[in-house]
Ligand binder design. Structure first.
Ligand SMILES: [Zn+2]
Length: 90
C-alpha cells in the first residue's frame, strides 16, 4: 500500500455489509486515466491504457506511436505543429 496521504489517489475504499451484518471495508485499485493530447485534450490512439508498472513491462512500440510528438500530441495537432515548424524555417 502507498503512503497514507496519497493512498486515496491509488486505492478506493469500499465498505460492504457481510451476510453476518458486519461492516467490512476493502480497497480496490482506481483505474488510470487515458492518455490525452497536450493541446486539444482528445484521447490519444495507439497507446496502452495501464498503470506505470504495467507499462514498463511492455515494448516501446506499444507505449506510444513512432512518429514526431508520438505519445504527446494527437495526429491532427502533431500534423499542424510540424507544418508550422516547417513554415517558420523559411
Ligand atoms: Zn490534439
Amino acid at each position: 500500500m502507498s503512503e497514507s496521504k496519497t493512498k486515496s489517489n491509488t486505492f478506493r475504499q469500499i465498505k460492504k455489509r457481510t451476510p453476518s451484518n458486519r461492516l467490512a471495508s476493502y480497497y480496490t485499485k482506481r483505474n488510470t486515466k487515458k492518455p490525452v493530447c497536450g493541446v486539444c485534450g482528445s484521447i490519444l490512439q495507439g497507446m496502452k491504457h495501464k498503470s506505470q508498472d504495467k507499462l514498463d513491462k511492455l515494448s516501446k512500440t506499444q507505449r506510444r506511436p513512432e512518429r514526431a510528438f508520438g505519445g504527446v500530441l494527437c495526429s491532427n495537432c502533431s500534423r499542424a505543429r510540424i507544418k508550422a515548424m516547417a513554415r517558420s524555417l523559411k
